[in-house]
Write a protein that binds this ligand. Structure first.
Ligand SMILES: [Zn+2]
Ligand SMILES: [Zn+2]
Ligand SMILES: [Zn+2]
Length: 435
């Protein structure tokens, strides 16, 4: 697909237990969220493991955190799944969480060639055309600011509207099923067909959902992360099983998120790939120095006992020998040293800290579409507007040079053939196409 400067690419979804210390870059952009391995269908159902198995996920969390953050309360038990990996409705490993079809489709999209302006226009169109159906003052206020919103704000508003009104529509009765009078719902609607659905036209509905979710965090995951940070106990019901791969509410790790500034303008304050590589190099250097120090101390401590078979001596043995050597020193020095913490333990905890930093660094970078060849959206949109203006100007010129009517219709939007005698197709119908 895309070609990169360096061979190794960093997979956004791989969050295996510790980083592998390669000198090659793993910060290069790739937006493939595909798990490895074959797609599995379970034997017990047609479910295709789009979610984790809850009884397995908590154990994965314990393993990756290195401690158990879970508490058991009424109805929240830490169970082991009694299905095997193939039969369970849920996935038993991160790799086997299978992306939903619309997400697979979006991941495969060539972000450099995709028509982002078209998506923007379609989303804006559905918001605009459904405004007359909205009663809520608060919602109307938001919808009144469409033209001052950037693409991300716009598509996030669309998502909120679509979620709200689709849920509302499900709560309302169908017109044909109701006989006699019926009370108006508190929302101001009576039947579900009155509710705006905010459908995105031109087959872009799925793309809009798949893209928008990359611009926000999953609230369940945010809450979970916060609880872990604050050393609060959680229950198995605090887990969002969808992972960042499939979660409709948003992403679960920063490396799954779109860098919004980069998407819009091509500029952002994130560390560049080079910055990250330099930083990682520094940390790797620190690791080497710490390890060398550790070896030196161990060597030093083992020196007084030259005769013994030092090859077989483990750390404990070394500590013991060091202890012995301490006693050969003058008394005053001996007592001071005794009070100090073992430097080996300190260095080992330093090593763990640096290793953690490297791991965080690897997962700290969001997705930069311009590095996949995408022209920043705002630039694309400016080009689009210029194109439209040029086309309209051309039309106007052609019309004015034509003998009879001169139509100066260019304030009225796009490149329509303005045949006013024919009844205009209601735009709202376009928006209601089924997925
Ligand atoms: Zn299971
Ligand atoms: Zn989630
Ligand atoms: Zn950025």
């Amino acid at each position: 697909m895309q070609s990169y400067k360096t061979k190794t690419t960093y997979n956004h979804t791989s969050s295996g237990p510790g980083p592998s210390y390669t000198a090659k870059s793993r910060y290069e952009q790739t937006d493939q969220h595909q798990p490895k391995g074959p797609v599995r269908k379970t034997l017990t159902s047609d479910s295709t493991q789009n979610l984790w198995c809850r009884d397995t996920y908590w154990q994965y969390i314990v393993d990756s955190l290195g401690f158990n953050p879970f508490k058991e309360t009424n109805g929240c038990h830490l169970r082991s799944c009694n299905h095997n990996a193939e039969d369970c409705r849920g996935a038993h490993t991160l790799e086997s969480v299978k992306p939903l079809p619309h997400i697979v489709k979006f991941n495969k999209l060539d972000k450099a060639k995709f028509d982002w302006v078209k998506l923007y226009n379609c989303v804006k169109q559905t918001l605009t055309q459904d405004i007359p159906k909205v009663h809520s003052k608060e919602h109307l206020e938001y919808l009144g600011k469409l033209s001052s919103m950037n693409f991300i704000e716009l598509i996030q508003l669309w998502r909120n509207m679509a979620c709200y009104y689709n849920k509302l529509a499900k709560e309302l009765p169908e017109r044909k099923h109701v006989e006699g009078s019926i009370n108006k719902h508190s929302s101001g609607f009576t039947f579900n067909d009155e509710v705006p659905k905010f459908r995105v036209s031109d087959g872009l509905e799925d793309t809009a959902w798949a893209f928008e979710r990359l611009t926000r965090w999953c609230p369940t995951q945010i809450k979970f992360n916060k609880d872990i940070r604050e050393n609060k106990k959680v229950t198995v019901w605090d887990l969002c099983l969808a992972t960042g791969i499939n979660c409709k509410e948003g992403i679960h790790t920063i490396s799954e998120m779109i860098c919004i500034d980069n998407f819009l303008t091509g500029k952002c304050t994130c560390l560049s790939v080079q910055d990250l590589e330099v930083k990682e190099c520094q940390l790797q250097q620190e690791l080497i120095e710490l390890s060398t120090k550790l070896v030196e101390i161990v060597d030093k401590e083992s020196k007084p006992v030259k005769a013994s078979s030092s090859d077989d001596i483990d750390d404990e043995g070394l500590a013991e020998f060091a202890e012995m050597s301490e006693w050969t020193k003058p008394k005053s020095k001996r007592n001071d040293k005794k009070k100090q913490i073992d430097p080996k333990i300190q260095i080992r905890s330093e090593i763990t800290r640096v290793e953690k930093q490297i791991e965080q660094l690897v997962n700290s970078r969001s997705i930069h579409y311009t590095e996949l060849g995408m022209v920043p959206f705002n630039e694309q949109y400016t080009q689009f507007q210029e194109r439209v203006s040029a086309e309209l100007a051309e039309k106007a010129a052609a019309a004015s040079s034509a003998p009879a009517e001169s139509k100066e219709s260019w304030d009225h939007g796009l490149i329509e053939n303005a045949k006013i005698d024919k009844p205009v197709v209601k735009v709202s119908k376009l928006g209601n196409k089924k997925k």
